[in-house]
Design a protein around this ligand. Sequence first.
Ligand SMILES: O=C[C@H](O)COP(=O)(O)O
Length: 260
Amino acid sequence: MGRTFFVGGNWKCNSTKASIASLCSTWKESGAGVAGPPVDVVIAPPSVYAVAAAEQLPSGYQVSLQNTWTGKGGAFTGELSAEMAKDCGINWVILGHSERRHIPTIAESDETVATKVAYALGAGLSVIACIGETLEEREAGNTNAVNERQLAAIAAKVSDWTNVVIAYEPVWAIGTGKVATPDQAQEVHAALRVWLAANVSPAVAESVRILYGGSVSGKNCNELAGKEDVDGFLVGGASLKPEFTAIVDSHKCSKVPVAA
Ligand SMILES: O=C[C@H](O)COP(=O)(O)O
């Protein structure tokens, strides 16, 4: 069994109509960063731009939301439901991103993230589920414990992992330019697979894709992609730049067998 390399681009709360048109046209003109086997590419624009971006992205690039609500729509001002994403032809959502966990005015709990993941899957979306430790937690020696706690909350509500991609994003590496070393990323990814094998199933541990996120760039992606448990990336800042296509192309450095 193999795992198809996966590169996600999270535009966060950035972009304009003009910047999207310009970036998409630069990517297409470069001829690099081609989506399709052996690499999946999924871009998460701010939701108001998602449908328009889908029409301009290079062929084969899929689109994601950056968040959905915990359940069915209704009287929840400002929220977006998984069903609305599906209705608009959007098949992915990023959930549990560290900015949604740690920004005080958002403060999503493990429980909320897990509820969102389970609901989105049930509504037919595929989910990029984010986990990751803070610098304080790493320095206290709690890296694996924190990541396993966040994953356990999701595992408690999810039984079918077919449409789940895990993104390991150490909070200290996000937007800081302090990328995890390839060995640091590999160590956590391998530990996550061990945890999944013991607590979910060996088959899920073998098949689920685990992405690394945090200051990934066109310069550091190839070395990270060469690690045996790194199945791709969730990219923030560099996904707003021409260099993103080089990160898509880093699948050529992957040692993970491609899914049949
Ligand atoms: O979702 C993406 C991550 O937050 C990584 O962001 P970054 O590549 O800007 O560090």
